[in-house]
Design a protein around this ligand. Sequence first.
Ligand code: CAA
Ligand code: FAD
Length: 379
Amino acid sequence: MNFQLTEEQLAVQAAARDFAQSELWAGVIERDEHQKFPAEQVKKMGELGFLGMMVSPEYGGGGMDTVSYVLAMEEISKVDASCSVIMSVNNSLVCWGLEKYGTEEQKQKYLTKLTTGEMIGAFALSEPEAGSDATSQSTTAEDMGDYYLLNGTKNWITNGSTASVYLVIAQTDPGKKHRGINALIVERDSPGFVVGPKENKLGIRGSDTHSLMFTDVKVPKENRIGEDGFGFKFAMQVLAGGRIGIAAQALGIASGAYELSVKYSKERKAFGVPISQHQAIQFKLADMATNIDAARLLCLQAAHDKDAGLDYAKSGAMAKLFASKTAMDTAVEAVQVHGGYGFVKEFHVERMMRDAKITQIYEGTSEIQKIVISREILK
Ligand code: CAA
Ligand code: FAD
């Protein structure tokens, strides 16, 4: 692996940093407090090319590699992890899945708009009774000849109310178990499709998370992704890459909390000296920096594996497992470094601590990452 970033990668990193630092700090506390979707910021991300980074220019994307995507995700997550989850779902689940497995018609109809932000995408796998145990799908897509009849409920769907395109995973042939599952493109205005109320969350409160209800929704056959029965494999393939994005999100939350802690420790005085001169604080910063560097290396390793055409299920899962723990540990310690000020909103680290937690849950919990890693090791 080459540790030197290319000029192009450095330019993407600088552009993302510039955008995040200049456009995302303003209003981030208010968006969190009022669960306000960052509509203007997402629009700008679309204009700057952050919503379809890895998609080929042929479909309006940036044609960038996964390393660049990781760098941009880190910078944006340093300031606002709500913006970065919207970006991550659109890029690595929806756009990547459509570009890799969609038909030319599907790409022309949806992908070209998803890359610019004209459309936002959502990925709907989880259900009230099927999260980690993702093969136990209750949502059904009954084969009616030239269309599927979709019935069921999806839970916890990011971009739930703002999306106009949903990739919905559903069971067509229960007898075939996971090999009878399909992935369908469902449009927001399909009759019978209802978006449930917004979830009131601990963290990433600017992102909109909803349940989705489908009652006799007719989905044309041409909206199926891949062959009949490919839906579960599709979901797993998409998630293998998505986990690199969430790992980078976790890395960004950790880096953001760390940077604020370094700055604060030099400013805040206790016992006549800046707290950065107390060894207890210095050691916290040393632990944070070491874990963050290790997390970054794992993220870049996984991104490199994907870009090089190597298997990245294990390296992506390792990156997510380690970076999400680093995000949680670093954010908790960042609050400690800030003392009482860390416990109030103005100093940002309490939000980062709340945001960090989700990275250990979605796109496969930490326990699921360990299942993926150990199966790869032992196979
Ligand atoms: N690529 C391709 N196929 C894969 C695969 C991969 N990386 N991983 C598994 N598969 C295939 C297997 O080969 C198998 O197919 P065959 O039998 O035809 O070979 C099929 O998937 C089932 O695999 P398993 O037998 O291993 O299935 P399992 O029931 O033991 O579960 C699991 C495996 C890894 C636990 C899986 O269920 C899983 O990943 N669960 C977590 C779900 C998840 O991550 N959800 C995230 C939702 S999206 C989200 O969260 C977005 C967001 O927040 C922003
Ligand atoms: P469960 O699967 O019920 O797990 C509960 C606990 O049991 C966890 O600690 C888990 O690790 C553990 N556990 C379960 N099985 C095992 C096992 N075999 N071995 C060891 N431990 C186990 N889903 C989508 O499809 N699309 C989205 O856009 C999306 N966005 C989300 C956004 C937010 C804010 C949230 C909270 C969730 C989102 N999800 C989304 C759902 C998310 O992926 C699931 O919550 C996650 O996969 C866990 O599923 P669960 O909540 O059903 O927990």
